[in-house]
Design a protein around this ligand. Structure first.
Ligand code: MRU
Length: 341
């Protein structure tokens, strides 16, 4: 993601790996559509894109009276917030941006525009730093010879830099460890096959692509020593919403005595939600299930259910790897301590 005023340049993730194509967003609506259509995706990346989308909105509103500016900016924020409901980073970033706008409003709308641009760049810069710290905190968990299973895409594409779960993997690789990453393809829209496999190849990390329903078999064979996934929203008790199918991996890991880790920045932790039950789960277009890359794989007319995320109860989670270190159960106390520190 490159902020290149007056536009935001995104790598269009819908086209990968077939084509490396740039998507240029000139308006907040175009950014909103990029988020909705998964051209940009992954919890931290969605938050960053929305922040820059708000900057585009602020620039467009321009010089006007502060009340009108504030009202119109809020409309842009609301439009961006309505794009996807589950990843809390979206709301976290927009709240942070609006707070900055409010703090600057008395200095005039030009100051607000400049301040918002600074804030969006800070969000991106901090995410890159945070990714690296998550990676360093988690890399020790990976040992030579391990098989590490991961799900969805949690790499550079989903964040500002290293990634979260994939950041842990990247740092362990940089440290010279030799291990194999098993990337689940992640139906329905194949973020694992299209994006994680692509990133693993780019980084020269030993990766093996499997379909999601192979995971249990590999665990039974003793090929997996650790699971590490990302998160879209973590409740105060550690319950974790992530890409649909993550819960299945957690249950399988527990059945085979394999540690299951979640790697996530603090910006993905929603301390306002006591448990995962309150996390809104996005339902997406049935065509994602009935079609693969536009090709029908199911008969027309079949009813479809397409929840994009599931919630892994905290009891299945061995630890949450954050930029402030690894939190282990009991999570309610551990996470509260983390936020207090
Ligand atoms: O629907 P997506 O592709 O946005 O879902 C992304 C995930 O579920 C990721 O695992 C999560 O956002 C963590 S990314 C660092």
């Amino acid at each position: 993601m490159v902020w290149d005023p007056p536009v935001l340049r995104l790598l269009d993730q819908r086209q990968l790996p077939a084509r490396v194509e740039e998507l240029v967003c000139r308006t907040p609506e175009e950014v909103g559509e990029a988020i909705r259509s998964l051209a940009v995706r992954g919890a931290p990346a969605i938050g960053m894109a929305a922040a820059f989308g708000l900057v585009l909105g602020a620039r467009r509103i321009g010089k006007t009276d502060p009340d009108r500016f504030r009202r119109e900016l809020q409309q842009v924020a609301d439009m961006l917030a309505a794009t996807r409901p589950t990843a809390v980073n979206l709301f976290w970033a927009l709240r942070r941006m609006m707070a900055r706008a409010d703090a600057l409003l008395s200095a005039g709308t030009e100051a607000v525009v400049a301040g918002l641009e600074e804030e969006a760049l800070a969000i991106a810069r901090e995410d890159a730093e945070v990714n690296r710290r998550i990676g360093l905190a988690g890399a020790d968990l990976i040992r030579d010879g391990d098989g590490v299973l991961t799900y969805c895409n949690t790499g550079a594409l989903a964040t500002a830099a290293y990634g979260t779960a994939l950041g842990v993997i990247r740092i362990a690789h940089e440290q010279g460890k030799r291990f194999t990453v098993y990337a689940c393809e992640t139906r329905p829209v194949l973020q694992g096959a299209r994006l994680t496999a692509w990133e693993l190849l780019q980084e020269g990390i030993d990766g093996v692509l499997i379909t999601d329903n192979m995971a249990g078999h590999l665990m039974q064979q003793g090929r997996i020593q650790m699971v590490v996934v990302g998160a879209d929203r973590i409740a105060a008790n550690g319950d974790t919403a992530n890409k649909i199918g993550t819960y299945t991996m957690a249950v399988l890991a527990r059945a085979h005595g394999i540690p299951f880790y979640v790697a996530s920045p603090l910006s993905t932790i929603d301390m306002e939600l006591a448990s995962g039950e309150a996390i809104p789960i996005e339902e997406r277009n049935p065509a994602e299930v009935t079609h693969i890359r536009g090709v029908p794989v199911a008969p027309e007319g079949i009813r479809v259910y397409n929840p994009a995320f599931d919630v892994t109860p905290h009891a299945y989670i061995t630890g949450i790897i954050t930029e402030k270190g690894i939190v282990r159960p009991p999570f309610t106390e551990g996470l509260a301590r983390l936020f207090a520190s």
